[in-house]
Ligand binder design. Structure first.
Ligand SMILES: Cc1cc2nc3c(=O)[nH]c(=O)nc-3n(C[C@H](O)[C@H](O)[C@H](O)COP(=O)(O)OP(=O)(O)OC[C@H]3O[C@@H](n4cnc5c(N)ncnc54)[C@H](O)[C@@H]3O)c2cc1C
Length: 431
């Protein structure tokens, strides 16, 4: 046995005890024969990484010293649909589970290898294969990282319009498998509205393409069957998605409402008039209170100096921030950024952690307690962010109608901006 084999075997002794040395060697060789030995791992440190996603209960348990209960037997990084199909066929022969893995940002424990098995990480399949200017569609591989994908589309003048808060750490395949929604789904639709067709590998290792002419189709809609199936019906290896022209302008406005009910009613009224803001985000009393606290603490020089390292993107630069060394000069941009950066510091952060941990155990009590507390202590009711984007003229007109509608329904204007950053925590900075 070579050095790598020994290292692997030593690591494995404590982790995948159920598999004999001979069986693990043979599994390694079988996988390496498909993807090459650099793209398969049975090292303990790798298996531990792939033992979880962002499921809060599991994360909290681990933080409190809980043992790792479930490990995959192996992790592989295929680069093509053909390789994925071969791995699945091989796993089927061995009667082993396969676990498709995107960014690992899922919050439901979907990638936890309950029966061990082979975790198939699709991140090496991240190419944009083609863009159709006529159809306004893009063909992209399932492992594409969300943020990089959106940035690449922007350079070509398009947007997918899908901005989950996890965009920086999730993949196209993960979005589809989870039926994800994003910050701008009010305008662009959720991921199921953006998908035209899929290529996926079934549990038998067959490759199926679902890109059909919708009206000519008979029988079940395979695309929508696979979307949201969390990897249980097949492994998505690529997708055809609808794109939209990149927006010429984005207009954001902050409002506050006396309570959640008034805010919700306001949203209903605006939407029922046929107006379509890209984002309407209403924070309940707890969230409003916590962010209110965060904004008023930590005014140190050190905080401001650190903030300057991560300026807001230039107007019209795209939906995602650029990180450079040059500090932003605009006063408004800096103050918005400072508010954002302060979230998570000092006792605002500790409060957030406490609330999160307690809320998981007693959500109803915490909500009602903080609902009352927030109103009386912060006196800020519920905050809302409203944003519109698209072509300049249409967006300017529609935004006036939306903002007027919010005011008529009991909202007070709080702040404004015309930037294109849509990440949830950064939106809060505008309020
Ligand atoms: C901070 C944070 C913010 C979030 N914000 C949002 C949000 O705004 N909107 C939202 O909808 N969700 C959100 N989520 C949840 C999560 O990011 C999404 O569900 C995301 O779509 C998961 O993508 P992923 O690539 O990380 O998938 P993973 O976590 O790797 O996998 C998720 C599930 O999909 C399966 N899967 C992954 N790839 C494939 C594939 N190619 N084929 C078949 N099955 C596959 C996995 O087996 C697993 O069951 C958030 C999570 C975090 C941690």
């Amino acid at each position: 046995m070579n050095c790598q084999g020994l290292l692997r075997r030593n690591h494995l002794r404590n982790t995948v005890a159920a598999m004999s040395d001979a069986a693990s060697d043979s599994l390694f060789s079988a996988l390496a024969s498909i993807v090459g030995d650099k793209r398969v791992s049975m090292l303990s440190r790798d298996l531990r990484v792939y033992s979880r996603d962002m499921w809060p209960r599991l994360l909290i348990r681990r933080r409190h010293g809980g043992a790792i209960e479930h490990l995959p037997h192996a992790v592989v990084w295929p680069t093509s649909t053909r390789e994925v199909a071969s791995i699945v066929r091989m796993a089927r022969k061995l009667k082993m589970a396969v676990i498709p893995y995107g960014g690992g940002s899922g919050v439901c424990g979907g990638t936890v290898p309950l029966r061990g098995g082979i975790t198939i990480d699709l991140k090496r399949m991240d190419a944009i294969e083609s863009i159709s200017r006529e159809e306004l569609t893009v063909d992209v591989q399932a492992g594409a990282n969300g943020e990089r994908f959106e940035r690449a589309l922007r350079t070509k003048g398009y947007t997918l319009g899908h901005f989950p808060s996890s965009i920086y750490c999730s993949t196209v395949g993960g979005w589809l498998a989870c039926r994800a929604a994003g910050q701008l789904s009010t305008k662009y639709g959720k991921i199921e509205d953006r998908v035209v067709g899929l290529t996926f590998v079934t549990g038998r290792g067959d490759v199926i393409q679902t890109d059909e002419l919708a009206r000519a189709r008979r029988g079940p809609d395979w695309t929508q069957l696979i979307v949201g199936s969390e990897g249980t019906l097949g492994i998505i290896t690529s997708a055809r998605l609808r794109v939209s022209p990149a927006p010429e302008i984005t207009i954001l406005r902050g409002f506050s409402f006396p309570d959640l009910k008034t805010g919700t009613e306001a949203i209903r009224k605006v939407m029922q008039r046929g107006l379509r803001p890209a984002v309407v985000r209403l924070y309940d009393e707890v969230d409003t209170f916590i962010n209110h606290v965060s904004v008023f603490e930590s005014h140190s020089d050190e905080a401001i100096a650190t903030d300057g390292l991560c300026p807001w993107p230039a107007r019209g630069a795209g939906a995602l921030p650029n990180i450079s060394d040059s500090p932003s000069t605009e006063k408004e941009e800096m103050s918005a950024l400072q508010s954002v950066s302060r979230i998570g510091r000092s006792w605002g952060k500790r409060l957030k952690e406490t609330v999160t941990a307690t809320a998981l155990a007693h959500p109803k009590i915490v909500n009602s307690t903080f609902g009352t507390l927030a109103n009386s202590v912060s006196d800020s009711g519920c905050k809302m962010i409203v944003g519109l984007e698209g072509t300049r003229l249409r967006t300017e007109v529609e935004s006036q109608l939306v903002f007027a509608g919010m005011e008529r329904a009991g909202g007070f204007r709080r702040g404004r901006g015309t930037r294109t950053e849509m990440a949830g925590s950064q939106i809060r900075g505008i309020l």
